[in-house]
Design a protein around this ligand. Structure first.
Ligand code: ATP
Length: 324
């Protein structure tokens, strides 16, 4: 379904030169930087895959290559048998790209007018359009919004309309780039549940990037982690959680307590420090020793031991990758 083999993308960026010479003016001094560096993965029909990484890791570049907007510098991509950047016209009728930061609706006119525009883009006939619109607007509960100009909608309402516009043509693959950005918890939940429904009922393949790791944790079974353009993990979310050797200990303390004093060796890492609360990552096999140590501190008022969240696991992975 989605096959990515040894794909790289480089961008040319101007070299930092402080001396202006005639040579620099005639031959522009560029250097090539890898946004994506030799990545490979396969995604089967009906999978939901979370694609995560820090800012600048290469997520958007990858989505742009998968959706045909960018051409890889090296390697091969096929999606649904299409080479995205070579067969864009036909290919875009089979997929959808939804970006939380970018609107595809026309701002000043009623939603329905934008949807009619996309009806023509996707070459749907009147019956197909009506059936699909009835179905989607019923499912997302937005029939009453169709005649309101986009600018008058709340972000959550607008996002639902964006979804309808981008999946009118019933795509087999959906690329989601930060689809829940800025939404409240209820709208987020509704939108992710809707995509889960599409996945379960129509085997729609979903490729999701977001900075909201709790979305990834709730929504995806498989995660691909990209770091500085390279894939550093591809597998089950539960495996990554089980593999993790740490627990998170949250301590409540008086304001005269300095959690930095606890960090006696690299078995303990201070994750966050507030006036009365500190969060520490502790190796599981050092937990007893750590608790024993903490219990003898008079300034510590309470201790909470938590299973490490996916977000904390990822932070640990990024930190370790930074030191490698
Ligand atoms: N047009 C461009 N020209 C030069 N460098 C670029 C260009 N687009 C992206 N890059 C660089 O490529 C790298 C990857 O960028 P990309 O936007 O794919 O990352 P990202 O993971 O999507 O980041 P974010 O989470 O911040 O959106 C970054 O170092 C970025 O500065």
């Amino acid at each position: 379904m989605i096959k990515v083999s040894c794909v790289s993308k480089t961008y040319k960026v101007p070299k930092k030169t402080y001396k202006r010479s005639l040579k620099n003016i005639i031959i522009k001094p560029y250097t090539e930087v890898y946004a994506v560096n030799n990545i490979s993965f396969n995604i089967e029909e009906g999978e939901i895959v979370g694609f995560v990484g820090l800012n600048g890791a290469g997520k958007t570049t990858t989505i742009k290559m998968l959706s045909g907007i960018l051409t890889p510098t090296n390697g091969e991509i096929t999606v649904l048998g299409y080479i995205p950047y070579k067969e864009r016209r036909e290919y875009t009728k089979k997929i959808s790209v939804l970006m939380g930061q970018r609107s595809i609706l026309f701002y000043d006119i009623p939603v329905i007018e934008s949807l009619k525009f996309y009806k023509d883009v996707y070459e749907l006939d009147n019956n197909e359009f009506k059936d699909r619109l009835d179905y989607l607007s019923g499912k997302l509960n937005l029939s009453s919004l169709l005649h309101i100009p986009v600018r008058k909608l709340s972000l959550g309402q607008r996002m639902k309309c964006e979804i309808v516009a981008s999946i009118l043509h019933n795509p087999k693959v959906i690329f989601l780039d930060e689809p829940t950005l800025g939404l409240d918890i209820i709208s987020k939940q509704e939108i992710l549940e809707f995509f889960r429904y599409l996945n379960q009922n129509f085997k729609t393949t979903i490729f999701l990037t977001t900075h909201d790791i709790s979305d990834i944790d709730r929504f995806c079974k498989r995660i691909i982690i990209i770091d500085k353009g390279k894939i550093i993990y591809d597998g089950d979310i539960n495996t990554i959680k089980e593999r993790d050797k740490f627990k998170i200990v949250e301590i409540t303390h008086t304001n005269s307590f300095d959690a930095n004093n606890l960090i006696t060796c690299n078995e303990y890492n201070l994750i966050s420090k507030e006036e009365y609360k500190s969060k520490i990552r502790v190796k599981k096999d050092k937990l007893n020793e750590f608790i024993d140590f903490v219990l003898h501190e008079n300034d510590i008022l309470d201790i909470n031991i938590n299973t490490i969240s996916l977000e904390d696991i990822l932070n640990g992975i990024y930190e370790r990758s930074e030191h490698d």
